[in-house]
Design a protein around this ligand. Sequence first.
Ligand SMILES: [Zn+2]
Length: 254
Amino acid sequence: MILLFSLLAWSQTPKPRPENPARLKVAVDPGHGGEDGGAVGPKGLREKDAALQIGENLKAALEAAGFEVLMTRAEDVLVPLWDRAKLANEAGADLFISLHLNAARARSAKGSEVYFLSLDQGDRDGAEVAAMENGGEGAAPASESVLSSILQDLAQKAYLQESERLAVNIQGQLNRLGGIKERGVKQAPFVVLRGAAMPAVLVEVAFISNRQEEVKLRDVAFQKKVAESMAMGVRRFFGANPSTARRKAAEQTK
Ligand SMILES: [Zn+2]
């Protein structure tokens, strides 16, 4: 019962006010960093570097579209997975987008995949991708209290439907860019998404393990195009989900 009341109190705690309340804020989360290089391409491209470059491009594209952007990392440093969602929560972000590059044993695998959180193990492919991205990180850190760990674990639960719609919007734009029609969104148990108290997705932008895609990922023009596609997905999400934008507006007038 105490837990229930705590949950209620927590859910009613207002988000911190954004610096500029007139603009929607997007948290951009370039995966890996520092000693965690992520996957490596056949020609040596490191996931952590390409994810940061694409993240910088996404920041520019979103800012050009009028959004405020919070980067969970802006340089080559390792930020623990739980801290990434926490940074976004504390900044009062409205969306969370984690950026990664896919790797598969089948070198022919290519294209973009957009994921939202699964609270169970998801499909086999998804579970494998999640295991790769989660590294050794699982439950919330022991430094957090038990209650705060439970709350962090529940944070994304309330946003799963919106997260799916966000994933569909971004996947649609990336499919259009890649000339792919049939690829749908997927669900997997990504640790980085679990604590985000906002619609949240993880984008596997392309396969770093594929020779052609590794070349594209190094290309500044491609990085820009893919960032613009994702920014368009975000704009379409807000266009299709006026309730999110309205809720934000209501919060601002309080
Ligand atoms: Zn990754």
